[in-house]
Design a protein around this ligand. Structure first.
Ligand SMILES: NC(=O)c1ccc[n+]([C@@H]2O[C@H](COP(=O)([O-])OP(=O)(O)OC[C@H]3O[C@@H](n4cnc5c(N)ncnc54)[C@H](O)[C@@H]3O)[C@@H](O)[C@H]2O)c1
Length: 350
């Protein structure tokens, strides 16, 4: 049995908790949170007795084999390094860090350790993504030379720490962009990023005055502080000539929310969001193919359980994770360059 603890039991932790609880080789034994009331509530709700307000005390428990780190972005690296030093396997939520130097420090610690360090790139584990990856690996798209993705929320700044740059590292780019930049980069075959041109906008604030529409909020929602951007766009060029364009927002004067992920190759194209679709040509005719699968869209719950199952397999079998620390670092290099490019108003070379 793999004994697991969760550090940070706010909103996203329930997906980790549920997936561990139904895993037959896992015993979920401990929770940690600096918010004692939330910690006790979650302990009662999920029947977990070992409750800690200090993560170091959880890590000092030698019975615990692995941890999920679901805290604010600014504490991921510190806790992950301490967890590896305490000889735990680590699943750390995205983004890896808020500062690039910290991401490198975690990579160094992970390389010294024989424990698993998996980054929470949950979208890599979506069923529709896994199917598309099989098609890509079998060269159905040929060379993917362009990818394009948007996650545009017209009203969706989660407030609290998410909109406090010292705790989050930024707004929609580091929170939402991280997922789709990673997903496109992963499906494009992880080409080496060469340069980045980005823009950030601080025009609308968090639009917390808007009534009659509900949206995702942090466990400690507070709309009074907001120093993150509303919108980011970026063009990322890769060494192999491919490029990726993204735009992501927390608030925007848009007619509706939008999520799209599209990849274009010389043999075929694909969409993952809003639904899996494959585009090709045969006998001088363009074909739009709809795979016959249970769910064409991204199924968050299923992707989470796939992610946790993969992490547990890596811990138990000693196999390689598909989301290693070096990928987390590479994505941080890109995110960092987008913010830097927006700051200096110029293209940044990596
Ligand atoms: N994979 C995904 O799709 C996804 C979705 C949402 C959030 N996330 C990530 O998960 C993490 C948490 O996000 P959330 O939405 O659950 O936030 P949240 O605010 O709801 O929960 C975070 C919890 O961590 C606790 N915490 C903060 N610092 C701590 C520390 N040093 N020790 C112990 N507890 C601490 C807070 O008290 C809070 O209960 C973030 O890194 C976020 O980017 C990932």
């Amino acid at each position: 049995m793999l004994k697991v603890g969760i550090i940070g039991v706010g909103s996203i932790s329930k997906h980790h908790i549920k997936s561990y609880m139904i895993h037959e080789s896992v015993e979920l034994v401990a929770f940690c949170d600096i918010n004692e009331e939330r910690l006790k509530d979650k302990g009662n709700k999920f029947d977990v007795d070992l409750l800690y307000t200090d993560y170091q005390h959880l890590l000092d428990n030698d019975d615990i084999d692995a941890v999920s780190i679901c805290t604010w972005n600014n504490s991921h690296v510190e806790i992950a390094i301490k967890a590896l030093e305490a000889r735990k396997h680590v699943l750390v939520e995205k983004p890896l860090s808020i500062h690039l130097e910290d991401a490198y420090a975690l990579k160094k610690a992970a390389e010294k350790s024989d424990k698993v360090l998996q980054v929470g790139f949950v979208r890599r584990h979506g069923e529709n993504v896994k199917i598309l990856k099989t098609f890509i690996d079998n060269h159905e798209l040929g060379d993917i030379y362009y990818a394009k993705s948007s996650i545009l929320r017209r009203l969706g700044n989660p407030g609290g720490w998410f909109s406090n740059v010292s705790k989050s590292g930024g707004g929609p780019l580091i929170d939402l962009g991280v997922h789709v930049i990673d997903l496109c980069w992963y499906l494009m075959g992880k080409p080496r990023p060469m340069s980045v041109s980005g823009n950030t906008y601080y025009k609308l604030g968090n639009r917390s005055h808007i009534k009659n529409l509900s949206y995702y909020k942090a466990a400690d929602y507070d709309p009074t502080l907001n120093d993150v951007e509303d919108l980011t766009n970026a063009l990322i060029r890769f060494e192999n000539g491919a490029s990726l364009f993204i735009d992501v927002s927390f608030t925007l004067q848009a007619k509706q929310n939008e999520v799209s992920v599209k990849l274009y190759g010389n043999q075929g194209g694909a969409e993952i969001e809003p639904e899996l679709a494959l585009i090709s040509e045969k006998y001088n005719t363009i074909l739009n193919t709809t795979p016959q699968i249970d769910n064409l869209a991204f199924d968050f719950g299923k992707a989470f359980s796939n992610e946790i199952n993969h992490f547990v397999d890596c811990c138990i079998e000693g196999s390689e994770t598909i989301a290693p620390v070096e990928d987390g670092v590479e994505i941080m290099r890109i995110l960092n360059a987008v913010y830097e490019s927006a700051r200096i108003n110029k293209e940044v070379f990596l």
